[in-house]
Write a protein that binds this ligand. Structure first.
Ligand code: HAM
Length: 447
């Protein structure tokens, strides 16, 4: 029966006590991307298998080994998305978005599926925040995307990530490079894994990315693309570096970065941590100038990235990055008897409409048990309404932390909570969290 109570290998549940951390990361990423002019796009969890085979590339590990592919009841080959770029481009082409004003800037929060060997930071279902800047060929666009990732990490107060960049050229310079790679790997053909032997003629760059230890060892001695860049690609890469330096963004050039997906051209980049083990790449991206045309759309140079949310959270937890405090329950309104229970339900409803977190009894507990529960959920204030409170129109409101209590008119309860809970908002501002969404803040003063 374990199959009923155990999640499939490589998947993770996000339990209620962790979800505030996820929301913090997701909201921060979305908020920063909005500042850069990005709007959210949502697209299906599954697509026609052909989209990924063509878009991601049928000699990549992702397509050859890792896709969740099945035939649906209509006998179509369907694949759960292993990444977000191909689906995003399919959607933009299908809906004619690329015929409008360019660049189109879209971002997404999405789950992805890859049948990989699970380990820390590597799952079979994982989540990405990604962004695509579609319709801009210049190094300025590359620098802007990298600046956006940096700002997201700054806002999250993440430190110690290193940015590594490379250029993997365009089809023009890639041809010469591929020939050099073929020549090099041919001299090691017998040692390569079977998949890589198959890649030798079709796509030798993929051998550079093979996870087999033997192939990676051989790849260490392979020619590097930077020595083969054409003048245009070299200039592009130089201007990107100039712009990054100008923006004060530190980087290193790592000529071994090739990325695991076939659509990349020119700029590729990764943000890497050495604090979370072997799966240290928390964000990867690059330019894909030929992808949209390859998928049947108009030639549209573009660049994007995606960051793995699980890896980011792992890094934040490992390195002790602060998370905003979760908002606590502002008030627990207990009750004794049916009339009081109705009144308590009304009061909490009004408090919630004003933006406060308020709870009342929905279980039918005794007064003592209600108070115990109020304590357990960390309510800041509590009160109990009974017949006499209803008659007098007054209730004793207890400050659960300080043990003090005030007599408050029932119809002034909201004002009382307003006055007494504002201190928390100011505290959050002083702590430097610009995103106050996780706190209980009356809508009027939320910004
Ligand atoms: P990717 O490098 O395959 O790129 O994935 C991006 C990020 O997703 C990785 O840096 C990592 O943080 C996370 N990730 C990848 N695989 C796993 C896994 N099995 N478990 C946990 N996290 C994982 C892409 O997906 C491209 N679509 C990025 C892009 C967008 N390029 C241009 N636009």
């Amino acid at each position: 029966m374990a199959i009923l109570t155990k999640a499939p290998r490589g998947t993770q549940d996000v339990l209620p006590e962790q979800s505030a951390k996820w929301q913090h990361v997701e909201r921060t990423a979305l908020k920063v991307s909005e500042l850069f002019g990005f709007k959210e796009i949502r697209f299906p969890t599954f697509e026609h298998t052909e989209l990924f085979a063509r878009g991601v590339g049928d000699s990549t590990d992702v397509v050859q080994k890792e896709m969740y592919t099945f035939n649906d009841k209509g006998d179509r080959s369907i694949t759960l998305r292993p990444e977000g770029t191909a689906g995003t481009m399919r959607a933009l082409i299908e809906h004619g978005v690329l015929g409008g004003a360019l660049p189109v800037k879209v971002s997404y929060l999405t789950s992805c599926f890859r049948y990989e060997k699970p380990q820390a930071g590597r799952l079979r279902e994982f989540h990405q925040f990604g962004a695509e800047l579609v319709g801009a060929a210049s190094p300025a666009a590359d620098a802007e995307m990298i600046a956006m990732v940096s700002q997201i990490f700054d806002q999250l107060q993440i430190e110690g990530l290193s940015l590594e960049i490379n250029s993997i050229g365009c089809p023009k310079c890639r041809a010469d490079y591929n020939n050099a790679l073929r020549e090099y790997f041919r001299s090691h053909e017998e040692e390569l894994c079977e998949t890589c032997r198959g890649r030798l003629d079709r796509n030798p760059m993929r051998i550079l990315d093979c996870k087999s230890p033997v192939c990676s060892k051989i790849a260490e001695g392979a020619p590097v693309i930077l020595d083969y860049l054409c003048d245009d690609c070299r200039e592009h890469f130089e201007e990107l570096q100039e712009r990054l330096s100008d923006l004060g963004i530190e980087y290193t050039v790592n000529p071994t970065i090739v990325r695991g997906l076939d659509y990349y051209t020119r700029t590729v980049f990764e943000f890497v941590s050495n604090a979370i083990g072997a799966q240290g790449t928390v964000c990867g991206g690059g330019r894909y100038d030929g992808l949209i045309e390859l998928l049947g759309g108009p030639a549209t140079p573009s660049i994007g990235f995606a960051m793995g949310i699980e890896r980011l959270l792992l890094l934040m937890e490992k390195t002790g990055v602060p998370f905003p405090e979760e908002g606590s329950v502002d008030i627990y309104v207990g009750s004794m008897g049916r009339r009081a229970s109705l009144e308590a339900a009304n009061i909490v409803n009004s408090l919630r409409a004003e933006g406060f977190r308020a709870e009342s009894d929905v279980v039918g507990r005794s007064v003592k048990a209600q108070m115990k529960y109020a304590d357990k959920i960390g309510a800041v204030f509590s009160c109990i309404i009974g017949d006499s409170e209803l008659e007098n129109g007054k209730v004793a409101v207890k400050n659960m932390k300080q043990g003090t209590s005030d007599e408050v008119e029932l119809d002034e309860l909201i004002e009382y909570i307003y006055e007494n809970r504002l201190g928390d908002v100011c505290g959050a501002l002083e702590d430097g969290f610009s995103d106050l969404d996780g706190m209980n803040i009356p809508p009027e003063i939320k910004f």
